[in-house]
Write a new protein. Structure first.
Length: 436
């Protein structure tokens, strides 16, 4: 029998985490990435402790992560009136055995890509190769259909195909031809970064405003000792009632700060100057907050979906990239248990598709920002003492339920053994004995 080969469609954070995992457990893989050149695109994202743990187990060290981001210390919600609604420590400060990281999405992506290429060789990632679909073969293998940047087409056959090709996944489109179009609930995000002085703990994630009109602000670099400034990621967000007026299909369109500045022009506090932060951006992007309706399975025989291809979700819970990393590790776990087989994919589907689909719907309902909805509903955002609006126990129980559902409950994570033990490898298939 020939050595198994896993084909991966898409070399984003999910595809690279899977490629690194397969390399670690001794499974051959090839990554097909549609763009001709990978660049450090995007702005800030959070990597939750459960996913940081997996990066550490992949040999991505704290020193490496410190070059692309900063450990997060606090998560806080603040009302439009500038008063605190909820705050809790995060990462190591919260008692997790692993930090939470706020990173630059593109720089983390490049770190994973370069690490994989250094370990597996340049030829393991094929750039400018778009997977347009797949064919399941009678012998149980699968063929990925490829279109190259030069206009040519080719095919590649492997044991399994994993669609890590993002929210517009071609693999998913073939697996679920009747899926509804991308879902948009009316929220638009403008994103950017600016150099500014960090507030609160110096590494706090701050959700400021109401659930339909808010800023999310957090640093993604350490403070420069010379200037006292850090790179601050900001997301300015407004929810529109009439969604027919806007185009919800764009993704990362570059815009001018002037286009949306008026929504936040008077958001000035003694501890935070939002207009100055927006004006300080080198570049700003607009993208609608979109996701996809959950599907009942991510698997079609030797083909599986992972990452945004499986479960694109609103970024309100900061768990899109973290879940993509957990998907990759779970696929590795299942291949260790079942070999490089469709059974491994079925076990992956069984474990994650149901609960993560619930998370998609939970994030649609505002995710952990749900506390802002409650404040709006109960007092219209006007309060002196938050305890009179939502008692502390109710705030704590709301957040506890969210974190348990999102898979980053602290005690369970700290007590859990490694997902993939050090040094384990998928056994090579037994050689076919020659006929006597
Ligand atoms: C350019 C870019 C910028 C982003 N910026 C942010 C951000 O600032 N904040 C945030 O919260 N999230 C951002 N995201 C989304 C975030 O990275 C994901 O939600 C999360 O990391 C899960 O990653 P993924 O690997 O499943 O999908 P993605 O990160 O979307 O990666 C998918 C990869 O597959 C490639 N691809 C797509 N179709 C095909 C195909 N048919 N064949 C082969 N390759 C294909 C894409 O080029 C991409 O590299 C961004 C995504 C991209 C692609």
């Amino acid at each position: 029998m020939t050595e198994p080969l896993v084909l991966i469609a898409g070399g984003g954070i999910g595809g690279m985490a899977l490629a690194l995992t397969l390399h670690q457990i001794g499974v051959r893989c090839k990554v097909f990435e549609s763009v001709r050149e990978l660049k450090p695109l995007g702005v800030g994202i959070n990597i939750q402790p459960n996913a940081v743990r997996e990066l550490f187990d992949l040999g991505i060290t704290a020193d490496m992560l410190d070059k692309v981001g900063v450990p997060a210390r606090e998560w806080a919600l603040v009302g439009r009136n500038g008063q605190e609604i909820y705050a809790e420590p995060r990462g190591l400060e919260a008692g997790y055995n692993w930090p939470q990281y706020a990173v630059h999405r593109g720089e983390l992506h490049m770190l994973l890509y370069e690490t994989f290429r250094a370990r597996a060789g340049e030829e393991a990632v094929i750039l400018g190769a778009k997977v347009t679909g797949y064919r399941k073969n009678p012998d149980g293998t699968v063929t990925a259909l490829l279109r190259h940047a030069d206009g040519s087409s080719s095919e590649e056959t492997g044991t399994l195909l994993i669609g890590a090709d993002g929210i517009h996944s071609a693999v998913r489109a073939q697996m679920h031809p009747d899926q509804p179009p991308i879902h948009w609930g009316g929220a638009v995000m403008w994103r950017g970064t600016a150099m500014a002085k960090p507030v609160r703990t110096g590494s706090s994630f701050i959700g400021l405003g109401s659930h339909r009109h808010r800023m999310v602000i957090y640093p993604i670099s350490p403070v420069d000792p010379q200037t006292g400034l850090a790179r601050i990621n900001w997301i300015a967000e407004v929810t529109y009632d009439d969604i027919s007026k806007r185009d919800a299909t764009g993704w990362f369109r570059q815009v001018e700060v002037e286009d949306f500045f008026h929504h936040f022009s008077d958001w000035t506090y003694d501890w935070m100057d939002v207009p100055a932060l927006l004006r300080g951006a080198d570049v700003a992007y607009e993208n609608p907050m979109i996701d996809r309706d959950p599907v009942d399975t991510w698997v079609d025989g030797p083909v599986a979906l992972m990452g945004d291809a499986a479960h694109a979700m609103y970024p309100t819970g900061s768990n899109g990239a973290s879940q993509a990393i957990i998907d990759a590790r779970t696929l590795g776990v299942m291949m260790l248990a079942h070999g490089v087989t469709p059974e491994a994919l079925a076990a992956f589907d069984e474990k994650l598709c149901g609960p993560v689909s619930q998370l998609i719907l939970r994030n649609r309902g505002a995710g952990p920002f749900g506390l802002l909805n409650m404040v709006d509903e109960r007092c219209g955002g006007d309060f002196d003492n938050i305890d009179d609006v939502i008692p502390p126990e109710e705030r704590a129980s709301f957040m506890g339920a969210y974190k348990a559902a999102a898979g980053f409950a602290k005690d369970a994570l700290n007590a859990a053994p490694r997902m993939i033990a050090e040094g384990v490898r998928v056994p090579a298939p037994a050689p076919v004995s020659a006929p006597v």
